[in-house]
Design a protein around this ligand. Structure first.
Ligand code: 4AD
Ligand code: MG
Length: 447
């Protein structure tokens, strides 16, 4: 019996008869020859069905195959540079086909369907070449995240998803009923991470986080995955060095492991190749000046080429401002020292200049915007209590969090990297909804 192999391993079986189990993407050809484009999860290749070799009965079976029919193919692996597919370069000279199921009329065709139809059929759309490639890039990104952190002294500690209070502002909370007590889906694991560093030094949590974002944008999901490292005895400057090493490793690993997927996505990877430390650092003040000048010159920004608006000091940046700032650099850029009023309650104020805080957002190039938010955390209990009051947060719920500053407080810092934003950037896709298998965007819960 022929060995059962996966398409990604075809290169190791040239000249051998093997079996591949998968699904038919497309059947073309006429007369004596049919080309079957087949995928098996690991890759995509072509099987060539030639009637004189197969005989009439098997060839008739081939001709009965519809798109998405499940099949077991047996044939010889042939190396051919021109053979299409992922990774490409190998095809199958078909000898036999076993039909597992003839698929019904498949609703997704090569025509342009529109986003809503595709999202309604996300359970099927996932099989498409582009979606397959993006989801594989995501798996690489997630593995690279864990590898880098585990190899650099961070310990994974899981944080709760059911929480009693806001971690990241009260405007985007999903409230649920915790047996009669109001509770919230976690917006962040950070506050718990901060407790964990006092036990373990360097930690990270990595899981789904939830934001009831009221607006529909291509950069916001209701449910997204975030990795959050947190480090004891770490100030902002050191934090940025960790972030640039971390992000560079993720990007370079994806370039290395997903070359074929990125090619399928037609991603121009030249800019990604630049993503190596050090990343430029500018302050919020410098960024505001940069925006003032550009707005005065009437500069427009993609994707809609609207005129760039200057902002008043104190406001956070919107997508156009982030896009413009990032476009001035050839790799991701840190913007540091945002106005304290524009940021979360827990950020350490800058010494001698409390109107700005010791934080940094990392902006990705090419219009992908903020991929990381991070900061030094307030380490003084009294300052923290005052900040909780200023932000009108319920003091009782944060008692334990203030406690951390009462028993061996240290300077500490951490950040959160959004997985879908990172995957979108690396894959070069326009909308975050394609960067997660079953996206939760405003107004959609199915499938
Ligand atoms: O800047 P954010 O809100 O930071 C925090 O949550 C901190 N507690 C993290 C920390 O310091 N431990 O979010 C961090 C990142 C953003 O930079 C972005 O990449 C992503 O999370 N993000 C979203 N991604 C998709 N959809 C949304 N609605 C997102 N909101 C934030
Ligand atoms: Mg942020």
């Amino acid at each position: 019996m022929a060995p059962i192999i996966r398409i990604s391993d075809a290169k190791d079986y040239v000249g051998e008869i093997v079996t591949v189990r998968g699904w038919l993407k497309r059947r073309t050809g006429k007369g004596k020859i049919n080309f079957l484009r087949v995928r098996d999860g690991s890759g995509i290749f072509q099987a060539v069905a030639f009637r004189p070799n197969l005989g009439d009965e098997i060839f008739a079976r081939v001709k009965s195959l519809t798109t998405e029919s499940s099949v077991i193919l047996t044939g010889e692996i042939v190396a051919d540079e021109r053979a299409p597919g992922v990774p490409g370069g190998y095809e199958m000279d078909l000898k036999d086909v076993e039909i597992v199921q003839i698929a019904d009329d498949y609703p997704i065709t090569p025509k342009d369907h529109g986003a809503e139809f595709l999202l309604d059929n996300r359970h099927l759309w996932l099989r498409s070449d582009r979606q397959w490639a993006i989801t594989r890039v995501r798996a690489t990104v997630i593995r690279a995240i864990r590898d880098w952190l585990d190899d650099n002294g961070f310990m994974g500690v899981d944080t709760p998803i059911l929480t009693p209070a806001a971690g990241e502002g009260t405007t985007t909370l999903f409230e649920i009923d915790y047996h009669g007590t109001p509770a919230f889906l976690a917006q962040t694991g950070q506050l718990y991470n901060e407790a964990d560093i006092f036990a373990f030094g360097k930690v990270y949590c990595f899981g789904p986080t939830f934001r009831a974002e009221k607006s529909k944008t291509r950069r916001h999901l209701q449910e997204f995955w975030m990795v959050e490292p947190e480090i004891a005895f770490c100030k902002l400057e050191e934090l940025l060095e960790i972030e640039e090493q971390f992000v560079s490793y993720i990007v370079q690993t994806a370039l290395e492991r997903n070359e074929a997927e990125l090619k399928l996505l037609e991603r121009d990877t030249s800019l990604l190749a630049n993503v190596k430390p050090p990343f430029p650092r500018i302050s919020y003040d410098e960024a505001v000046e940069m925006l003032d000048e550009a707005a005065a010159q009437g500069i427009t920004v993609p994707p809609n080429n609207e005129p760039l608006q200057a902002i008043t000091w104190g406001q956070d940046f919107g997508a156009p401002q982030e896009t413009y700032i990032a476009s001035q650099f050839d790799r991701p850029v840190f913007v540091t020292h945002y106005p304290t009023i524009a940021k979360a309650f827990y950020m350490e104020p800058e010494c001698g200049r409390p109107e700005v805080c010791r934080c940094a957002d990392l902006l990705a190039p090419e219009g992908y915007g903020e991929i990381i938010g991070g900061s030094e955390r307030m380490s003084d209990p009294d300052l923290l209590v005052a900040a909780i009051e200023t932000h009108q947060l319920p003091e009782d719920a944060y008692d334990w969090y203030v406690d951390l500053r009462r028993f061996g407080s240290v300077p500490h810092s951490g950040f959160g990297l959004g997985v879908e934003r990172t995957v979108s950037w690396i894959s070069g896709i326009h909308h975050l909804r394609e960067a997660i298998a079953f996206p939760r965007v405003l107004g959609r819960l199915n499938p």
